[in-house]
Design a protein around this ligand. Structure first.
Ligand SMILES: Cc1ncc(C[n+]2csc(CCOP(=O)(O)OP(=O)(O)O)c2C)c(N)n1
Ligand code: SF4
Ligand code: SF4
Ligand code: SF4
Length: 542
């Protein structure tokens, strides 16, 4: 990675890309991950400052930061003695008699100054306030960050990491992307990496998520201290679901072969620590937890020496096991893209892949337009929204894609909005991941194309749900009949019209199509109501 950073990243960043010799370029197109952290762009004039006295230790700022810039750690009391003097912290509230501290750290040089964390902070007296990059540099935040990075992630007190707060003690394996400040898409991607990033493989459709996900030469997907992290690839817009499906088939086929080879090695009389480790691993063939990963790591540490020692057929069999040693623990295949991809150009692929019944997870980042190319209308654009190619407002209804996927009966389907219900969104992602079949999640993602204050992107998600604009539900085929569908949308508590009339993509209609604006606004509300009813009733009979 160092060589690549020096020979390629540094040159490209200083606009000297033409000087890079071919011999320094990747020969197969692969690049090291975890390189956005080298950029330290220092682009935000304003950065947040943590007011620790006001903090209620909820970790919501951490979950909502689109850029993984603000992080929380639980710290063992005796580690604090090595901290710089400027390192502020508080006692961990739920320490239960243990000597634990709590810290919110802002990585100031990576901050985009979007303000999402400040807007999201639910403390009665906000525990985050604006400061400036200069003041925070002076205050020693860079040294604080360096120390913070030496401390372990995770709920080190052994408490659950499966609730909203606990999950945010985990390391994000997607950080410092170049998405627009305040982007509504990236918090979802980041959350997925916290849930299963250490065994995640991503097929990314072209769109914003591929641009902030892997613009040469730096990559925001990164690794944990054991070197595990997402492997990521981008294919064409029109075949991304199929691309991910191919990954699924390849992984499953490698695992099937590995199972056969392990059985044969044992049949051939393999004995000793490797045989014991292989037997133990086969007993947890479907497990994906820390114990399964530890078992896989143990085998990896033993296998090469055994290949060396063996002869005849056993040598060949063990060599194959060595080649497939990363496949003892199944990988979590994520197929990610925007609504333009999923609802439109890649739709037939998405439909085909969910229908195939294999274990893949699809994340649709629904900005209701083709965002990356400047906001063209897609089949996810609702009535009355003004978008490119729908200058006089969208005249037709938003495609009910969740309904289409749910109708198969064996597809996990969820509709989520992080800022509206953080626990529901996290639960849906965890359930989709755990479901041994196809899953698809529709995630509401505010975007600069909506014409809103992006500091409030998470709040806008709540407004959308409160106004009956965006539904929350989960359909889990793994549950027993009668309990598969969970409708999590409360009756609207806010005005639909107030909501749409606060976003420029809707208000623009009064300029672009003044004669029909009111009619379309009314139709938009009717259509949203109809869509809600439709989902609720279908879910109930499924
Ligand atoms: C077949 C094809 N058509 C058009 C494009 C150009 N293109 C690249 S990204 C993009 C927009 C993607 O929109 P969406 O899938 O909604 O993702 P978002 O950018 O909103 O995250 C388009 C049209 C392309 N790459 N391939
Ligand atoms: S201002 Fe934006 S980028 Fe900076 S820490 Fe807050 S949410 Fe993250
Ligand atoms: S959102 Fe506010 S109260 Fe919650 S952890 Fe962050 S700073 Fe503290
Ligand atoms: S255009 Fe929209 S979806 Fe794309 S990075 Fe910007 S805010 Fe995010």
């Amino acid at each position: 990675m160092r060589g690549f950073a020096k020979n390629v990243i540094d040159k490209v960043m200083h606009l000297k890309g033409n000087d890079i010799p071919v011999s320094h370029m990747s020969y197969d197109g692969t690049l090291p991950t975890g390189t956005t952290k080298l950029e330290k762009r220092g682009v935000a004039a304003r950065v947040p400052n943590w007011i620790n006295d006001n903090c209620i230790q909820c970790n919501q700022c951490v979950q909502s930061c689109p850029h993984a810039v603000i992080r929380a750690k639980m710290i063992e009391g005796d580690k604090i003695s090595n901290a710089p003097e400027t390192f502020d912290f508080i006692d961990y509230k739920a320490a239960k008699g243990k000597d634990l501290k709590y810290k919110i750290q802002v990585f100031i040089e990576d901050c985009q100054g979007c303000g999402v964390c400040i807007e999201t902070c639910p403390a009665k007296n906000k525990a985050l306030e604006w400061s400036t990059l200069d003041i925070e540099r002076e205050a020693g935040e860079n040294a604080n960050e360096e120390f913070f990075e030496t401390l372990p992630y995770g709920a080190i007190d052994g408490s659950s990491e499966e609730n909203v707060k606990g999950m945010q003690f985990r390391q994000p394996l997607f950080e410092f992307s170049g998405a627009c400040a305040g982007c509504g898409e990236t918090p979802y991607v980041k959350l997925v990496t916290q849930i299963c990033g250490d065994r995640m493989v991503v097929a990314n459709a072209t769109g914003c998520s591929s641009i902030y996900g892997g613009t040469f030469p730096t990559i925001p997907y990164c690794k944990n201290e054991t070197g595990r992290g997402p492997a990521w690839g981008n294919s064409l817009f029109e075949d991304n679901a199929e691309y991910g499906f191919g990954m699924r088939l390849a992984i499953s086929s490698n695992r099937a072969l590995l199972e056969i080879k392990v059985a044969r090695a044992l049949e051939l009389g393999l004995k000793g620590p490797l045989a014991d480790a292989l037997k133990a691993q086969m007993d947890m063939w479907k497990a994906v937890d820390a114990a399964a990963i530890a078992g896989q790591t143990k085998i990896a540490g033993l296998i090469d020496a055994e290949v060396e020692k063996a002869s005849g057929e056993l040598k060949e069999v063990l060599a194959k096991i060595a080649e497939l040693k990363d496949y003892f623990v199944d990988k979590s295949v994520w197929i990610i893209g925007g609504d333009g991809w999923a609802y439109d150009i890649g739709y037939s692929g998405v439909d085909h892949v969910v229908a195939m019944g294999k274990n893949v997870n699809i994340l649709v980042l629904d900005t209701e337009v083709y965002s990356n190319t400047g906001g063209q209308a897609s089949k996810a654009t609702p009535i009355a929204a003004v978008a490119k190619f729908a200058n006089s407002g969208m005249q037709l209804t938003k495609k009910n894609m969740g309904f289409m996927c749910m109708s198969y009966g064996y597809v996990y389907v969820a509709s989520i909005a992080l800022g509206a219900n953080r626990a529901q969104a996290q639960k849906a992602i965890m359930e989709a991941e755990a479901y041994d079949g196809p899953s698809i999640i529709f995630a509401y993602a505010p975007c600069i194309n909506h014409g809103i204050d992006m500091a409030k992107s998470q709040i806008e998600e709540k407004r959308a749900v409160d106004a009956g604009y965006w539904p929350l539900y989960r359909y889990n085929p793994a549950n027993e009949e009668g309990k598969r569908f969970t409708w999590e949308t409360k009756a609207p508590t806010a005005s639909f019209q107030d909501f749409i009339r606060s976003e420029r993509r809707y208000t623009a209609l009064t300029t672009t199509n003044p004669e029909n604006a009111e009619k379309l606004f009314a139709e938009a509300e009717e259509d949203a109501k109809r869509r809600m009813e439709f989902y609720k009733k279908l879910g109930e009979i499924m």
